[in-house]
Design a protein around this ligand. Structure first.
Ligand SMILES: [Zn+2]
Length: 138
């Protein structure tokens, strides 16, 4: 069986910069952000994508996504916040939530072209801490 990197993160076998966690869901900074503040939000249970996951598990993510989006808006003040699901690289249901500054930011072009660039753990941890703090106030 192929190892799922998100399940490894959920089970704390891989380091991540967590911004939100409860019994059923988790949000953390992606390693290769489109822009600073690029978050992944997902159910902890492994489903191949959002569309085959139980809809109650996906629905409960909406208010969490809203809180993350409002926090990103407050911190980064981008023109828009985008949210997309595709499960292209990691087949574990998840949403990307990110500040967007141009239409290219919300496409998967960089992912398909392999031009995503990794951020440093210290940068991701600092942004995650900021988001966690702001999420408490929005
Ligand atoms: Zn998984």
């Amino acid at each position: 069986m192929t190892i799922c990197i998100f399940c490894e993160i959920i089970n704390k076998r891989y380091e991540s910069s967590i911004i939100y966690e409860d019994d059923l869901s988790i949000g953390f900074m992606t390693l290769e952000p489109v822009n600073p503040g690029h978050v992944l939000l997902m159910p902890k249970a492994h489903y191949e994508d959002i569309f085959v996951a139980p809809q109650d598990e996906i629905s409960r993510l909406i208010p969490i996504a809203n809180s993350i989006a409002l926090s990103l808006k407050k911190i980064f003040q981008p023109p828009k916040i985008g949210m997309v699901t595709a499960s292209i690289v990691v087949p574990h249901a998840h949403w990307h939530i990110t500040p967007i500054y141009s239409p290219e930011d919300i496409t998967c072009r960089a992912e398909f072209e392999g031009t995503m660039q990794a951020a440093s753990r210290s940068e991701l941890n600092a942004i995650a801490k900021n988001i966690r703090e702001v999420m408490l106030s929005v």
